[in-house]
Design a protein. Structure first.
Length: 183
């Protein structure tokens, strides 16, 4: 007699194999989904949401999000070992062990409001409605210009007087000036 009971695949063994494959697939898909918001994978033009409260120097303080997401307060403008050519207003995302950095600017359009926690630029910035929780409103965005005078003759650059409004936020590379005032 060919084909004894012991030669046939057992339903329990097949079910166990199927479950193991399903679990492996879920783990791989889950890991892929978790990695999708890893700021370490962000490219120039990607946007990030701040999660921590201050000292934005580690990747754990950020989550990658779509640039049109309500909490997408930062945009990656450069991946490098140094962000010194950006000037005040940038935030560096990296790790102590890695020379790679993400240089960030505000992801902003004219009229956007932000809530600033702690001091600029190290404190957390969150996009908010222009109401009671807003610290400042961006009244003008000048692309291609790195000059505080775009915001007015006597408007200070943010780095020199961080608590004064109105003020300018000037980025050198790429050149961009944001004018901020009371909400």
């Amino acid at each position: 007699m060919t084909g004894t009971v012991s030669d046939r695949p057992r339903p329990v063994a097949r079910l166990g194999t199927a479950l193991a494959l399903a679990c492996a697939l879920l783990i791989v898909v889950g890991a892929g989904c978790a990695a999708a918001d890893d700021p370490g994978r962000a490219q120039v033009g990607s946007c990030l949401e701040a999660l921590g409260k201050g000292g934005k120097t580690v990747r754990d303080d950020f989550r990658a999000v779509a640039c049109d997401a309500p909490k997408a307060a930062y945009k990656v403008v450069k991946k490098a070992t140094s962000c010194d050519d950006i000037t005040n207003g940038y935030v560096v995302v990296g790790t102590r062990r890695s020379p790679s950095r993400l240089c960030l600017t505000l992801n902003v359009s004219e009229g956007d409001c932000f809530h600033q926690e702690i001091g600029f630029p190290t404190g957390k910035v969150t996009k908010v409605d222009c109401g009671a929780s807003a610290t400042y409103r961006v009244t003008k965005v000048s692309e291609g210009t790195a000059d505080a005078s775009v915001c007015g003759k006597d408007v200070p650059n943010w780095g020199r007087t961080p608590d004064v409004l109105p003020r300018a936020i000037v980025y050198r590379n790429p050149p961009r000036t944001l004018c901020a005032n009371r909400p």
